[in-house]
Structure formats: structure tokens, C-alpha cells
Design a binder for this molecule. Structure first.
Ligand code: SF4
Length: 365
């Protein structure tokens, strides 16, 4: 296996964040919340960008111990066909959704690259922004996906603790830690404009994972300065398979993490999904979080009633409010829901565009 990159263990950049996150930190939660609020208002205003996830398939070749779609689960396997995808998109557009995240498991014969590219082509005809959370790909594949209308990827390392990573990923392509870690670079060099990072909170020590996640963000910011980087904070949820995470991440710990990341990364989108409860999501709006999912389904399809097959999702969601209910809650906090934050004219690599180039070191003058 390739060696771990140096930036992953470079603690020089993480001291301020570590001081805010440490158990027994001298930073009171209330003062962090107040500062995070000021930074959020200054950089993002009173807005919340909204997106919806659409699971294309639950076929998967990997054996992640914490996932309801792992290949040893007895879940009914299926994928959406083009006419079903069209119906899902129609149902999502009726909710006002224009920003879509397409999801699949690890690459299989039933749901591989060609299937994903076709799905992106269909979705990009209807949505203003399409991104994918799928298997790691090559730079050439990312370039093809960008040409089909995909503008970004989400790829969580799940945990940066190499030993835990090996235990949790029992078989399949996802066992390759380094290949996954280097996925954002390949995506950006292939022409993707945005990358979403995160760890699955509960799998490993949350403080260690948060610090390494921060280093990953800083590394990408420095190397691919034109790229839009976002950070998500998914906590483990009940799922088929019943895996119980060894680390409990309380609301208090998660809130502290969100505030600290907002202060340390003032321009980075911070994302909170419907894994979290309505009360927690409402509480974090305006205090650091700038992007949220709405009306989510974690089953394959599920927005269009005809496609809903009643199967189990990848995990249980917590905030099951409708899009309209959620928008009302945001407006009650004087936060404007934003469905369109992207012009389709920016989709796909523009003529002559060859992806994000790593920043070259400049000689001292
Ligand atoms: S987390 Fe992804 S790769 Fe792992 S088993 Fe689930 S769907 Fe497959």
C-alpha cells in the first residue's frame, strides 16, 4: 500500500481547532456559537442552500460493517431504470428541488460507470445542479462524468484512522484506504468543481477524525484553490445489520464541532442532513450550517409513489418533515431557503477546460 501522505499527520495547522474541540476546552459552547453565528452571517447571509439525495441503486460489492446495503445483507437489490429516474425527477421538481445528489453503492455489473453516466445525463436535463456520491473513479471517468453534466462529488473517508478503517471495511474495493483518500484529487483534476468530505461520526474517536478531516480540507484548499469544498457531519443512524458504533457523539459534541469548523473554515459550506432531528437541524441553521438536505429518502427511489417498493433504506432518517414544512421552519428563523444556487451554464467542463490543476509552487522573489 502507498504511504500515508504527510499532510495527514501535520499537526501545525490544527492547534486552534484542537483547542476548540478538546474535552474540557476553555472555549464555552455559547461563545463558540456566538462567533460561528457572526461568521456565518458575514460570509453566507441569512440563507440555506437545499438539495435532495436520490438513491439510484442499492447494489454494492463492498462489505462495510455499518451499512444496510453491504453485500452480505439480504436486502432486495434493485436499480432505477431510465423511465423510473425520470419519474423520480418529476416528483422532486414538484417539491422545488433543483440541486440533486445521486447515490449508488460500490461498482457492480448492475450499477457501474456506464449506468451512473447515463443517470447523470438524464438528471442534468432536469436539474440545475447534479453531483454524485458513488464509488471512487479514475480521473478519466470523472472527466466523462463532468462532460455529462455532473459538477461535483461527495466522498466521505468514513474514518481517517487506518486501523479502524481496515476493520470496518471487510471486503470489496472500499478496503483500499489510499485510493479513497486520493479520490477528491482525481475528481478535481477530472473537471469536478465541488467536493464534499466527511467522516461517519461514531466509527472512531471523533476528535481525531475531526482534526484529520480538517487537514484534508486544508490540503485540498491549498492544492486546488478554485475548487468548492464542503464538509458534512453525518452521525451513525440505525441501519439493517444493526451495527452499534463504539463512540457516542452527543448533540453537545456535534454542535461544538460544527461551530469550531465554521470559525476555522469561514468560507467552506458545512452540510447537515436529515439524519439529524428537526430540533437539532433547526438549532444549527444560522449557526454554521449553510447547506441541508430536504425530504430525503434513503430507499432506491421513493419520491415517486409508483417506484416506492417498500424496501428498507441505507439507514433511518430522523427529520421526516416535508419540504414545505422544513422551509417554513427556516423562514420562522428568518433564514431564506435557496433552491437554486447554481447556473446550469456552469455545468460540465467548459471549452478547453482540463480540470483543476494543482497549484504550482512559486519561487521566492
Ligand atoms: S457504505 Fe457504500 S460501499 Fe459501503 S456497503 Fe454501503 S453502499 Fe456499499
Amino acid at each position: 500500500m502507498n504511504e500515508l501522505p504527510e499532510w495527514l499527520s501535520d499537526s501545525r495547522q490544527t492547534a486552534p481547532l484542537a483547542a476548540m474541540l478538546a474535552p474540557g476546552s476553555s472555549y464555552a459552547l455559547e461563545s463558540l456559537a456566538a462567533e460561528a453565528r457572526v461568521v456565518t452571517m458575514r460570509r453566507f447571509g441569512r440563507t440555506m442552500t437545499l438539495y435532495a439525495p436520490l438513491y439510484l441503486s442499492n447494489h454494492c460489492s463492498s462489505g462495510c460493517v455499518y451499512c444496510g446495503f453491504a453485500s452480505d445483507r439480504t436486502t432486495l437489490r434493485r436499480r432505477l431504470e431510465p423511465d423510473e429516474i425520470e419519474r423520480e425527477l418529476f416528483a422532486l421538481k414538484k417539491l422545488g428541488v433543483t440541486d440533486l445528489l445521486l447515490l449508488t453503492g460500490e461498482r457492480t455489473g448492475a450499477a457501474g460507470f456506464d449506468y451512473l453516466r447515463t443517470s447523470v445525463e438524464i438528471a442534468s436535463k432536469h436539474m440545475q445542479r447534479v453531483s454524485v456520491e458513488a464509488f471512487p473513479m479514475s480521473t478519466a471517468e470523472y472527466r466523462e462524468l463532468a462532460e455529462s453534466g455532473c459538477t461535483g462529488i461527495t466522498i466521505y473517508q468514513e474514518t481517517y484512522d487506518l486501523r479502524r478503517y481496515k476493520e470496518l471495511h471487510r471486503w470489496g474495493p472500499k478496503k483500499d484506504y489510499i485510493h479513497r483518500l486520493e479520490t477528491p484529487e482525481r475528481a478535481l483534476e477530472g473537471g469536478m468543481k465541488t467536493v464534499g468530505l466527511g467522516v461517519l461520526l461514531g466509527l472512531s474517536d471523533p476528535l481525531d477524525d475531526a482534526l484529520m478531516l480538517f487537514r484534508h480540507v486544508r490540503h485540498l484548499h491549498r492544492t486546488y484553490w478554485r475548487a468548492g469544498i464542503s464538509v458534512s457531519f453525518p452521525r451513525m443512524r440505525p441501519q439493517t445489520g444493526g451495527y452499534a458504533p463504539p463512540f457516542c457523539v452527543s448533540d453537545h459534541v456535534l454542535a461544538r464541532m460544527i461551530f469550531a469548523f465554521r470559525i476555522a473554515l469561514p468560507d467552506t459550506d458545512l452540510v447537515l442532513s436529515t439524519r439529524e432531528s428537526p430540533a437539532f437541524r433547526d438549532g444549527m441553521a444560522g449557526l454554521g450550517i449553510t447547506r441541508m438536505s430536504i425530504a430525503s429518502r434513503t430507499t432506491v427511489g421513493g419520491y415517486d409513489e409508483e417506484n416506492a417498493a417498500g424496501e428498507k433504506g441505507q439507514f433511518d432518517i430522523s427529520d421526516d418533515r416535508s419540504a414545505a414544512e422544513f422551509c417554513s421552519a427556516l423562514r420562522a428563523k428568518n433564514i431564506e431557503p435557496v433552491f437554486k444556487n447554481w447556473e446550469p451554464a456552469y455545468n460540465g467542463p467548459s471549452s478547453g477546460y482540463s480540470g483543476n490543476k494543482p497549484r504550482q509552487e512559486q519561487p521566492c522573489r
